[in-house]
Design a protein around this ligand. Structure first.
Ligand SMILES: Nc1ncnc2c1ncn2[C@@H]1O[C@H](COP(=O)(O)OP(=O)(O)OP(=O)(O)O)[C@@H](O)[C@H]1O
Ligand SMILES: [Mg+2]
Length: 245
């Protein structure tokens, strides 16, 4: 479905993506992990055309998407930091989104899921952080897109909302969706992900199944496996890369 080949991006002297190679073949949930600043959001923004890469190729369903835009109709995207007009209400934003993007929508299911209806007539600026995030998630998922990209979706959500959201994503996966989710909550990745893509210093350190990563690091939890990678990197900055396809 997605192939990224030798992707490079620098912001001035900051070489952020240093030859990313990634292949995402089909449906399922991919957890995109990596420390702060490792390039996760930048890689996702390159895929979405919001950041222009310096070199490399990005293919979606076999077509090169650099400079294209129609493919974005197939993507539901939750940005890490959503910037919507603060003076609009959630309901107005939902209507705005519906007028911008064509296709069937299912906002009612998401409003029910998050018990959000009483919050939708408040201006975005007046919402609590978690309720804002629920509106953002609703905006990202209300179109039934085959590809869903979620950059830190759990930020600010209470435990019950996280549980309901995980159940929703599992159902989406069963319906054949491809879901890419970044998170720093290792339990979320463990609960949801079929595969892990771990970025380190702008390169792919690992791509493969969770069980393979645990086996390689000889750990039983993802948290320990990741901590061990980061710890060994501190001691010896050059690192081997493990890519299992
Ligand atoms: N628009 C920009 N202009 C300049 N530098 C940028 C810009 N966007 C990102 N960067 C830099 O690129 C690097 C990678 O940032 P990115 O947001 O991709 O990291 P991340 O892996 O998503 O981190 P986090 O876990 O904190 O979300 C950082 O050094 C950041 O400062
Ligand atoms: Mg990020």
């Amino acid at each position: 479905m997605i192939a990224i080949k030798n992707l490079h991006k620098s912001f001035k002297k900051n070489h952020v993506l240093k030859g990313i190679d990634v292949e995402i073949r089909g449906q399922g949930i991919l957890a995109l992990l990596g420390p702060n600043g490792s390039g996760k959001t930048t890689m996702l923004k390159c895929f979405l055309g919001m950041v222009i890469p310096d070199s490399g190729e990005i293919l979606f369903q076999g077509n090169n998407i650099i400079g294209q835009y129609v493919y974005r109709q197939s993507v539901g995207y939750l940005p890490q930091i959503a910037k919507f007009p603060e003076n609009l209400t959630g309901r107005e934003l939902i209507e705005l989104m519906k007028s911008i993007k064509s296709g069937e929508t299912r906002e009612d299911a998401l409003i029910d899921l998050f018990d959000l209806s009483s919050e939708l007539d408040k201006k975005m600026s007046n919402l609590s952080g978690g309720n804002r995030q629920k509106v953002n998630i609703t905006l990202a998922l209300m179109h039934d897109s085959p590809l869903i990209i979620l950059d830190e979706p759990s930020a600010g959500l209470d435990p019950l909302s996280i549980k309901k959201f995980k159940d929703f994503l599992r159902l989406e996966k069963e319906r054949g969706k491809t879901i890419i989710v970044t998170t720093h909550i290792m339990s979320l990745a463990e609960d949801l992900a079929d595969d892990i893509l771990f970025l380190l210093d702008g390169q792919v350190y690992f791509q493969g199944s969770l069980s393979r990563l645990l086996e390689l690091q000889m750990e039983e939890s993802l948290e320990n496996a990741i901590a061990q990678i980061l710890d060994s990197k501190k001691k010896s900055p050059s690192h081997e890369r493990y890519i299992e396809v």
